[in-house]
Design a protein around this ligand. Structure first.
Ligand code: NAG
Ligand code: NAG
Ligand code: NAG
Ligand code: NAG
Ligand code: NAG
Length: 452
């Protein structure tokens, strides 16, 4: 009993000493009083009125730091430089159901980074992004991230365009609507602009990109954007990744895109695009699937894209033969040509591509014999698909032992079949299963892995 008491006494003394020394420290470098009050108000309005900052965190930049808040010294006083609210770590601050922006946010004089995620949930009266005062944060704010806030609706306020020092703007996965404001053209230092998974509509204003020569990543995917792709995309001369997938863009690609000489990812999946593909030699990942492209894309000079690793051209209404040039893209990992109207044969040269791990040719009108060695089917497994090509068969001439490594859903060529027994035929039938089901799942996984 005595032992326990003395132990707790020691702990208490220790605590008091710590507290005293921390207090002298913070009196050496105290926090600006208005700044402290602003910080408490902003957090309280996000996490709920029961959060009493002055009680819980009397010295938020010193000995009682708040998870998600970072500070720095300016002229001998502490100021908040970074504020992060959302379930990032176990002990992160979490939003209450009636979270809102407190106007004192704009009084944080040295704020560099603001992030609020999984916060404003769906509610009867949706919340909007504050429409004024952002210019007060302009001298310091470099990163603004409002992500996965299902109750954050309304338009992007033009006032955000005042944030001339911003290098990252992420407003992804909210419920934002309206057109993209031209005023965002003021964000001339941006390196990353991510507005995916919202409900933005209308055309992308042409002048938007005029000054964004430093932009590396542009993601406008999964919105309702329409109209042709603006030629001014070519103003983004540093761009590495362009994702416009899952929108309603239409028309042909502007030839000016060829000026994007650093572009490594171009994702235009699931739009209404067509036309000629500009020669973009730096491309590693090209995803154009689910566009009514039609016709002659395969006449493109693929040999110029030697760095190509992902080529996703499914469901594009493509006709004609698979060009031989594609079989010489040495870095190819993922090739999907399924759901087109391709005809002609399948080159055995695909089996020589050292990194190829997925090849989808199903749902075309390919014909003739598949002449891959048995080891190729084994290596590819479910990531090789060639079913639903009525005139295609596989040859057993190249060491396919008893159908184990045979391609799924494709019959043996007649010439070989004459030698086969009834037994191996029936084993082949059971294997066929429901190839489409396998494929959809694997496809998702593989494309994720490849892109990561
Ligand atoms: C927070 O706690 C302090 C000390 O217990 C108290 O004086 C103050 O009124 C409280 N503030 C709020 C907003 O509840
Ligand atoms: C931006 O693109 C448009 C359309 O291609 C072009 O006319 C303009 O000169 C470009 N501006 C800059 C600054 O590159
Ligand atoms: C295409 O995008 C729409 C939304 O724009 C979506 O509902 C649909 O599922 C997408 N289709 C494919 C094949 O991804
Ligand atoms: C292809 O990739 C290599 C290495 O990743 C790189 O050095 C080269 O510049 C790329 N080629 C083009 C045309 O971008
Ligand atoms: C499929 O290809 C065969 C030749 O292999 C041709 O006779 C047939 O017309 C084609 N079918 C379609 C729908 O294009």
């Amino acid at each position: 009993m005595w032992k326990i008491t003395s132990l707790s006494f020691l702990l208490l003394v220790n605590l008091l000493l710590q507290r005293a020394s921390a207090e002298t420290e913070s009196s050496v470098a105290p926090m600006d009083k208005a700044e402290k009050e602003a910080l408490y108000s902003v957090i309280r309005d996000l996490v709920g009125v029961r959060w009493n900052g002055s009680d819980l965190y009397p010295d938020p930049c010193g000995w009682t730091q708040i998870q998600g808040v970072s500070c720095d010294l300016f002229d001998g006083l502490w100021y908040v430089t970074s504020l992060n609210v959302g379930p990032i770590l176990d002990n992160s601050l979490e939003c209450s159901s009636d979270a809102k922006f407190n106007p004192k946010l704009f009084h944080l004089r040295h704020l560099k980074s603001l992030s609020v995620s999984d916060c404003f949930s769906s509610r009867r009266q949706p919340l909007t992004i504050p429409s004024s005062d952002w210019e007060r944060l302009a001298p310091t704010l470099e990163s603004l991230e409002l992500r996965s806030n299902r109750g954050l609706a309304g338009q992007i306020p033009a006032n955000l365009g005042q944030l001339g020092n911003l290098n990252s703007l992420v407003l992804a996965d909210n419920a934002l609507t309206g057109e993209l404001p031209v005023a965002l053209a003021g964000l001339v230092r941006l390196k990353r602009l991510m507005l995916s998974l919202n409900k933005f509509s209308g055309r992308v204003p042409a002048p938007l990109f005029a000054g964004m020569a430093q932009l590396l990543i542009l993601d406008l995917s999964s919105n309702y954007l329409t109209g042709p792709l603006p030629a001014s995309l070519a103003n983004l001369s540093s761009l590495l990744k362009l994702d416009l997938s899952n929108n309603q863009f239409q028309g042909s690609l502007p030839p000016e895109l060829r000026k994007l000489t650093h572009l490594s990812l171009l994702d235009l999946r699931n739009n209404s695009l067509s036309g000629e593909l500009p020669r973009l030699e730096s491309l590693q990942d090209l995803l154009l699937a689910y566009n009514p492209w039609g016709g002659n894309l395969l006449e493109f000079e693929w040999a110029n894209l030697q760095n190509l690793s992902t080529l996703y051209l499914s469901h594009m209404g493509l006709r004609g033969a698979i060009p031989d040039a594609i079989t010489s893209l040495k870095r190819l990992r993922y090739l999907a040509l399924d759901g087109n109207q391709l005809s002609g044969g399948v080159s055995a040269k695909f089996s020589h591509l050292p990194y190829l791990t997925a090849l989808y040719l199903n749902g075309n009108n390919l014909s003739g014999q598949l002449e891959f060695p048995g080891g190729f089917y084994e290596r590819m497994g479910k990531r090789f698909a060639s079913w639903n090509n009525p005139n295609l068969c596989y040859s057993t001439a190249l060491a396919i032992a008893s159908g184990i490594n045979a391609p799924c859903g494709v019959p043996r060529c007649e010439r070989d079949q004459q030698h086969s027994t009834e037994e191996s035929k029936s084993s082949q039938l059971t294997e066929n299963g429901s190839p489409e089901e396998h494929s959809a799942l694997w496809r998702g996984i593989i494309i994720l892995v490849v892109l990561l």
